[in-house]
Design a protein around this ligand. Structure first.
Ligand SMILES: [Zn+2]
Length: 315
């Protein structure tokens, strides 16, 4: 018994046939077309190829960057694909493969968080919150061992928790959202403003970006911080602080036992997680008189989304 998992990212479509334990047995990777029809055709083509060598595919699980309705078929909105407004992705893909297998659609952060829960750092937790620190800040919530999707599929948009009244403008149209202060993008912004403010201390960061602060990117800040560079550590301290504040706000609602932090920037480990833990404790209500959630790095890696999509499609 196998599943075809598909992860539609901003630049590439990754796909994999997974066995009943969600282990990947065959992979595909193609560039993501910007056109919705072309995306559907790509997925159908991968399915046909997969089905020619695996005759036991039970379902297709699709991880998509967008808001997915409670039916797990329809994208209600996606920032990157204009056609995905009230768009029944399940039906569009299903029609191209003669509805040979059911097609289940889930939000990408939910898939990645679920992948962490079933096969990564979230194993054994009862109530888990996963936060993916990437371009934005993605969230997934597991309550009593089940992925929590809310009433209309819109739960766990944790990157858009309003943290700062009338704060920085967010891509979602609102202001002061958590992801404006804790994400890969905000890491770059904190580092850039520190370089501009304190050029005398920015020797290493300026070296890494070739002397042009506008070309400073997240991985350079990670490298500098890991070398002990003061401004690099400062930038991680800032996004770590906001990550801690955000988790404290989440705990006021959900009281989870575990936060799993994923995304590229978490490769620096405690450089990010220590300020996050410190500020989580600092801003948590009744902090001294309650059990604190553990805060750990994700372990399922880049395949978390595929693994999660495969598992959700099968169950
Ligand atoms: Zn927002």
């Amino acid at each position: 018994m196998t599943t075809l998992a598909v992860d539609i990212g901003g630049t590439k479509i990754a796909a994999a046939v997974c066995d009943e334990n969600d282990s990947i047995i065959q992979r595909w990777r193609v560039p993501t077309p910007m056109d919705a029809d072309a995306i559907n055709e790509n997925i159908a083509k991968i399915y046909r190829e997969a089905a020619s060598s695996h005759d036991d595919i039970q379902a297709i699980g699709i991880s998509a960057a967008g808001n997915v309705a409670a039916d797990r078929r329809t994208l209600t909105f996606a920032a990157n694909i204009p056609a995905w407004i009230d768009y029944d992705l399940s039906e569009h893909v299903g029609a191209l493969i003669d509805h040979a297998v059911p097609v289940i659609v889930e939000n990408d952060a939910n898939c990645a968080g679920w992948g962490e829960y079933v096969h990564g750092a979230g194993q054994g937790s009862r109530n888990m919150v996963a936060l993916t620190v990437g371009t934005g800040l993605g969230g997934a919530i597991v309550i009593d061992g089940h992925l929590y999707r809310g009433s209309y599929g819109m739960a766990a948009e944790l990157g858009h928790l309003p943290m700062v009244p009338d704060g920085d403008h967010c891509g979602c149209g609102l202001r002061g959202c958590a992801e404006r202060y804790t994400s890969g993008t905000s890491l770059e912004n904190f580092a850039k403003s520190a370089v501009r403010r304190r050029p005398q201390d920015a020797k290493r960061l300026l070296e890494l970006c070739g002397g042009d602060v506008n070309k400073l990117e997240g991985p350079m800040v990670s490298q500098a911080a890991q070398e002990g560079d003061e401004l690099g550590l400062y930038a991680f301290g800032k996004i770590g602080e906001w990550l801690g504040r955000t988790m404290a706000a989440i705990s006021a609602v959900l009281d989870p036992d575990l936060f799993v932090i994923g995304g590229g920037v978490v490769a620096v480990g405690d450089i990010l997680l220590e300020p996050a833990r410190y500020n989580y404790a600092r801003f948590l209500e009744a902090s001294a008189y309650r059990t604190h959630a553990k805060i750990v790095a994700a372990t399922a890696g880049q395949d978390a989304g595929l693994i999660g999509a495969a598992n959700l499609a099968l169950h």
